[in-house]
Ligand binder design. Structure first.
Ligand code: PLP
Length: 360
């Protein structure tokens, strides 16, 4: 792939930035965005950073009809000394291409995407909030734009990156959530699109989320699509169980999303000599572990919350209370270590973070 010149068009007047305390998730967007186009003849072309603005698309653009689209989510953190860090961004771009492959979308040069992202963040650097727990959420995504109603892969696409300053996920400190074990709807099935970050997986989950809310639980725990027997994920997080001093997480079955936080947690646990297993885990097993007193902690992992302790599980007429509905010591340790590495407050022995300044 040839390196193309990045065109930069800066905005003429800057938006007013929200107060750090007013930040939510994905509500505000920065002054600029990255965009590039794809056609069969040219490949990916015309990379540019432009003022943040609405798109003009043909109503027949294929993304509106058949959902040919993929996305990613990662964060940039600003540390006390002003330096800016990304957490394992190359993993996100690798996964974007894996998702694209599943949706028959052409791949993008991963190193080039990272270079474009760094340039965009440099331009909008003042938008990275500094209050503890806040960060700049990064949303790269691809949409199919060919204006044709034929059911076939689009011949045109747009790749974009937008940036959103986000508030602290835990405003009153890390706290356990309750989860509803979904026994009716499924998120993904073997051979389906569960391993891809694609729009359809998420809107198809709203009904289950409604059931969780109606049952006074914050999130959904998904079971496998074949037998509704094995644990898969929690909402848009991967899930871990601490059983009798060991940590267990569902293996990559082909229907769960391969989280970068999940991967990092596994690597951290191994470095701490804590036994960690990737395997099939039935919900029955969790119920009996709870009864026998060996279920010590449950937590979700994902970019948004990093570590999200689970205090309660509701499955049919079983109510499982985990660790007295308190955040467990291992959940806390993982949260402190990971967020410390991400923000630069702690050493990064794994080389996971990428500093923006390094190439300036
Ligand atoms: C994004 C996502 C995750 C978590 O992935 P991270 O890379 O850790 O943020 C887990 N499950 C689903 C369904 C997701 O969409």
């Amino acid at each position: 792939m040839t390196t193309q010149k990045l065109e930069i068009m800066k905005c003429t007047h800057k938006k007013q930035k929200p107060e750090s305390s007013a930040l939510e998730f994905g509500k505000y967007f920065t002054d600029h965005m990255f965009i590039m186009d794809y056609s069969e003849e040219k490949g990916w072309y015309s990379p540019r950073i432009i003022p943040y603005q609405p798109l003009t698309l043909d109503p027949a653009a294929m993304v509106f009809h058949y959902g040919q689209t993929v996305f990613e989510g990662l964060k940039a953190y600003r540390s006390e000394d002003g330096s800016v860090r990304l957490f394992r961004p190359e993993e996100n771009f690798k996964r974007l291409n894996q998702s694209s492959d599943r949706l028959s979308i052409p791949p993008i040069d991963e190193a080039q995407m990272l270079a474009y992202l760094k340039e965009l963040i440099r331009i909008d650097k003042d938008w990275i909030p500094t209050m503890p727990g806040t960060s700049l959420y990064i949303r790269p995504f691809v949409i199919a734009t060919e204006p044709t109603l034929g059911v076939a892969p689009s011949r045109n696409y747009k790749f974009m990156i937008i940036l959103s300053p986000v508030g602290a996920y835990y405003k009153e400190g890390i706290n356990p959530i309750g989860i509803f074990v979904e026994d009716q709807y499924t998120r993904a099935a073997p051979g389906g699109t569960g391993t891809a970050k694609t729009a359809g997986n998420y809107c198809a989950a709203y009904k289950a989320q409604e059931r969780a809310t109606a049952n006074k639980q914050a999130q959904v725990l998904w079971l496998d699509g074949m037998e509704k027997k094995y644990v898969e994920e929690v909402g848009s997080m991967n899930v871990f169980f601490k059983l009798n001093g060991e940590v267990h997480t569902p293996g990559l079955s082909g229907s769960i999303l391969e989280g970068i936080t999940r991967k990092s947690v596994i690597e951290l646990l191994k470095s701490w000599d804590i036994p960690v297993f990737e395997r099939r885990i039935s919900i029955e097993e969790i119920v009996s572990a709870s009864k026998s007193g060996t279920l010590e902690e449950v937590f979700g992992t994902g970019t948004a919350a990093v570590i999200s302790p689970v205090g309660e599980l509701l499955w049919k007429d079983h109510k499982i209370v985990v660790n007295n509905n308190e955040t467990g010591a291992l959940s806390k340790r993982l949260y402190t270590e990971l967020t410390g590495i991400q923000t630069g407050e702690q050493k990064d022995p794994f080389g996971w973070t990428v500093r923006l300044e390094d190439e300036e």
